[in-house]
Write a protein that binds this ligand. Structure first.
Ligand code: IFM
Length: 452
């Protein structure tokens, strides 16, 4: 059998990713204020099994153990997020020193173990007090974000150089403000579009703030990009797929890279559009150092006159392998195509795959291990897609698996496991490295892997 070792460029950043609300727990400790996810998850019918992130992985108390875990896996880069309401319990005013101290301890624990933190400022846990004042649907929230970014980046400027402003603006804006399945649980298109615009604005306005605080900062934003294809060649499917791409991918990418909002969708949204003030677009297009891409799947799209948002729906091909989410088919080629497309459309900006991974129905086997061959296969195929893109000169500099360990998967609670480390909720949240975790460890150590 022919075997080849796919080796990655020297210095390629292999890592794992998490987010504050999904792992920290300690929801009410050390002066933390409530986030919109604390509020949303405690409302009836919002999260599977009535779960919430009050305890989650208890990372707040076990961060040293978790840093040891990463060191044991040879992980040298860790993407995590800061909980805004730990720092500003009421969204603004005086910073909560105990909140800063937690991240101080966490970052030091990482650095002492040779792990470089990549810090996301906003992974959806907005202070509830700011939502009461309108949240990101209001323009003011961009200013609040800059104040928060100023405090945090100023405090950690000596140790943290890699900053990510926002995680997945599409999900936050649309799942939270149009589809109502995420906090803050709204169902209103103008609010979703306004939130999207103000997030982009907050990102752009914060760039100067962060650069001013952090000498040598590398600043990026993370978009979730999906590869979109029309389900058939019927004109209505072709049009629908185009709209999906514009609304999901390019609504964020185009303005960030100086192309403004896609005209066709601006016309489609018509009177639902937020006010875009003169100068906003140039602020949004401020220079970033890298783009983070979260890639999970392809979407096959057909026209759907009943869909009030973009007149489109996703279609499912039952024979294609998928994650436990029906709509997340495995499509590693889509990652390769996305990387090529980003390069062609926006230039060869440095890219990090800031999330990629899959859910599996993981169980503890009789031997006490977690055998997750599907996840290993998923990762192997996606790594190969990244390798191919690099071979074709796409400037991909790192890959962070989603996720370090099983955690609170938003509306799905703890029913979906994304980790390369198992979280044993029956057994005091003990962590058990899955086969995929051992695979990642090998890849990190060897900076590559063998394919047959
Ligand atoms: O768990 C999420 C994460 O918070 C954002 N990106 C997708 C992951 C899996 O759904």
């Amino acid at each position: 059998m022919y075997t080849e070792f796919l080796s990655f460029p020297a210095g390629f950043a292999w890592g794992a990713a998490t987010a504050s609300y999904q792992i920290e727990g300690a929801a009410n400790e050390d002066g933390k204020g409530k986030s919109i996810w604390d509020v949303f998850s405690h409302a009836e019918g919002t999260v599977a099994d009535g779960e919430n992130g009050d305890i989650a992985c208890d990372h707040y108390h076990r961060y040293r153990e978790d840093a040891d875990l990463m060191r044991g896996l040879g992980i040298k880069h860790y993407r995590c997020s800061i909980s805004w309401p730990r720092i500003f319990p009421e969204g603004r005013g005086a910073a909560n020193r105990k909140g800063l101290d937690f991240y101080d301890r966490l970052f030091d624990a990482c650095l002492e173990r040779g792990i470089t933190p990549w810090v996301t400022l906003f992974h959806w846990d907005l202070p509830a007090a700011l939502q009461e004042a309108g949240g990101f649907a209001g323009r003011d929230c961009a200013g609040r974000f800059c104040e928060y970014a100023d405090t945090v980046t100023g405090f950690f400027a000596d140790r943290i150089k890699n900053w990510i402003t926002f995680n997945e603006p599409w999900v936050y804006s649309f799942c939270g403000h149009l589809y109502g399945v995420h906090a803050p649980g709204l169902k209103d298109l103008p609010s979703a579009l306004a939130a999207a615009h103000h997030i982009l604005l907050a990102h752009g306005e914060s760039l100067a703030v962060i650069r001013n605080n952090v000498p040598g900062a590398k600043i990026g934003i993370v978009n979730n990009l999906a590869w979109i294809e029309n389900a058939t060649n019927a004109p209505e499917d072709i049009e629908a797929a185009k709209r999906w791409d514009l609304a999901f991918n390019r609504w964020f990418m185009d303005p960030l890279f100086g192309k403004g909002y896609p005209e066709e969708m601006v016309s489609w949204y018509g009177g639902n559009m937020p006010e875009v003030k003169s100068g906003d677009l140039s602020v949004i297009a401020g220079a970033t150092d890298f783009l983070g891409i979260n890639y999970y799947t392809r979407r096959l799209v057909a026209g759907d006159p009943e869909d009030r948002h973009i007149g489109a729906k996703q279609v499912y091909r039952p024979h294609i392998k998928r994650a436990e989410f029906e709509e997340w088919e495995w499509y590693p080629e889509g990652l390769y195509k996305t990387l090529r497309d980003v390069k062609e459309r926006y230039g060869n900006i440095p890219v990090y795959i800031t999330e990629n991974g899959t859910t599996c129905d993981d169980r503890i086997s009789a031997d006490g291990c977690i055998h997750d061959p599907d996840r290993v296969e998923f990762l192997r195929r996606h790594f190969a897609a990244v390798w191919q893109a690099i071979k074709e000169d796409c400037d991909v500099r790192g890959y962070f698996v989603w996720s370090l360990y099983d955690n609170f998967e938003w509306g799905f609670g703890f029913t979906k496991r994304f980790g390369v480390v198992y979280l044993d909720r029956e057994n005091n949240l003990r962590r058990i490295v899955k086969d995929s975790g051992h695979f990642i460890a090998d890849v990190c150590t060897n900076n590559g892997f063998s394919v047959d």
